[in-house]
Design a protein around this ligand. Structure first.
Ligand SMILES: [Mn+2]
Length: 337
C-alpha cells in the first residue's frame, strides 16, 4: 500500500519548461493516469506534504466549527471541499492560466487545534500560519467557520504589516461579543482591527444581506472606514465596475481575500450555517475574484462550508472551484491569452 501511494505522489510531479529552464513542479494527478473518482482525495489531487518547504502556494484546511452560532458542521468543510475538488482540471481557460506551470503548490493538510477552547484554538492557528507563511508561501485556506480568519490575519499582519481585505460575506462579522465571548464566528473582523491586522482604508465588505440584530449592524465597519456593499446593491448587476474601484483602493499593498460561502444565494450554496436569501450569484463571485487578479494577494480563504447541510455537494463543489479561481489570480500566474 505504501509503495502505491508513493508511486501516485511521484507520478503527479511533472517537469515543466519555463524560460528554457527545466524545473520540477507539482501538478494534479491527471484523469488520464487515474480516474478522477479515484486516488487520494487531496486538494485538486495534488501531492501532500507536511510543511511549506519549497512551496509558493499551499492549500490548507482548518476543520473548526466551535465558533458557529447556529447550525454547526463546518469542521467537515476541508474534507468535503477536497472530495469535490477531485473533479477540477488544471488549466483555466477564461484567465488563460496554467497555475501549476508557474508556481509550486501542494496540499499541506489540516491545522490541528483545540476545538473545545476557542481562545486557545486561535493561538494554535496563528502559530501554525506563522510557520506556513514564514517562507513567503501564500496559503489558500479551506474552512472551518469564520472564526479562523482572525488568527490567519494576525499571522498576515506579523509577516506583511496591515493588509487590505476583500471580504465576501452576508454578515459583517464585526460584533464585539457573542453570548459574552470575544472569539466566535461573528467577531473576527472587529478583533482583526483591534490587533492592527487591517489597513481600514483598504477594506471592502461585499454582499451584506439578510436580517440584522439592529439597524446599526453595518455602522461599526463604516466607522472604521470600510467600504460596505450590500447584496441588494449588487442585484441584477455586473460587479466589474465595483472591482475597478476596489483595485484602485487596494493599490499595490498586500491584500487578503476572505470568502464566506454565505455571501452566495442559498440556491447556489445551501450548505452553510447561516444562509440568507437574495445573495450573490456564482457569476458575481467570479467577477469579484477575477477582478482581483494582479493585486498583491498574500492569502485567501473560503469558509463556512457545512457539509451536513450540503445534500448534493453543490456548496463544497462551489468552494473548491472558488479556491481554484483564487489560485489562478495569484501574483506570478501568467495570462497566456
Ligand atoms: Mn462570515
Amino acid at each position: 500500500m505504501k509503495s502505491m501511494i508513493c508511486k501516485q505522489v511521484l507520478r503527479s510531479n511533472r517537469f515543466f519548461c519555463t524560460n528554457g529552464v527545466r524545473s520540477r513542479r507539482n501538478a494534479p494527478l491527471s484523469g488520464n493516469e487515474m480516474p478522477r473518482s479515484g486516488g487520494i482525495a487531496s486538494m485538486m489531487r495534488l501531492p501532500v506534504q507536511e510543511n511549506t518547504d519549497g512551496l509558493d502556494v499551499c492549500f490548507v484546511g482548518v476543520p473548526l466549527d466551535s465558533g458557529t452560532s447556529i447550525k454547526s458542521g463546518t469542521r467537515f468543510g476541508p474534507r468535503q471541499i477536497r472530495q469535490e475538488s477531485c473533479a477540477i482540471r488544471s488549466a483555466h481557460y477564461d484567465l488563460g492560466a496554467v497555475p501549476f506551470e508557474d508556481v509550486q503548490v501542494a496540499d499541506v493538510g489540516d491545522v490541528s487545534m483545540n476545538i473545545y477552547n476557542l481562545p486557545e484554538a486561535v493561538k494554535q492557528i496563528k502559530a501554525a500560519y506563522d510557520k506556513l507563511i514564514s517562507n513567503g508561501c501564500v496559503p489558500l485556506t479551506m474552512g472551518g467557520d469564520h472564526t479562523i480568519t482572525y488568527p490567519i490575519l494576525q499571522a498576515m499582519k506579523d509577516k506583511h504589516g496591515p493588509v487590505g481585505l476583500i471580504l465576501l460575506d452576508a454578515h459583517p462579522d464585526t460584533q464585539d461579543t457573542m453570548l459574552g465571548a470575544s472569539i466566535a464566528h461573528g467577531t473576527p473582523f472587529r478583533r482583526a482591527v483591534e490587533y492592527g491586522c487591517l489597513d481600514c482604508t483598504r477594506v471592502v465588505q461585499i454582499g451584506l444581506n439578510g436580517s440584522v440584530n439592529s439597524l446599526d449592524d453595518y455602522k461599526w465597519g463604516l466607522d472604521q472606514g470600510f467600504r460596505v456593499v450590500t447584496a441588494k446593491e449588487c442585484w441584477h448587476k455586473s460587479l466589474e465596475p465595483l472591482m475597478a474601484e476596489v483595485r484602485g483602493m487596494m493599490g499595490q499593498g498586500p491584500v487578503y481575500i476572505s470568502f464566506d460561502i454565505d455571501a452566495l444565494d442559498p440556491s447556489y450554496a445551501p450548505g452553510t450555517g447561516g444562509p440568507e436569501i437574495g445573495g450573490l450569484t456564482t457569476c458575481q463571485a467570479l467577477e469579484v475574484l477575477r477582478g482581483a487578479a494582479d493585486l498583491n494577494i498574500v492569502g485567501c480563504d473560503v469558509v463556512e462550508v457545512s457539509p451536513p447541510y450540503d445534500m448534493a455537494g453543490t456548496t463544497a463543489m462551489t468552494a473548491a472551484n472558488l479556491l481554484f479561481e483564487m489560485l489562478c489570480i495569484l501574483p506570478g500566474i501568467k495570462r497566456r491569452h
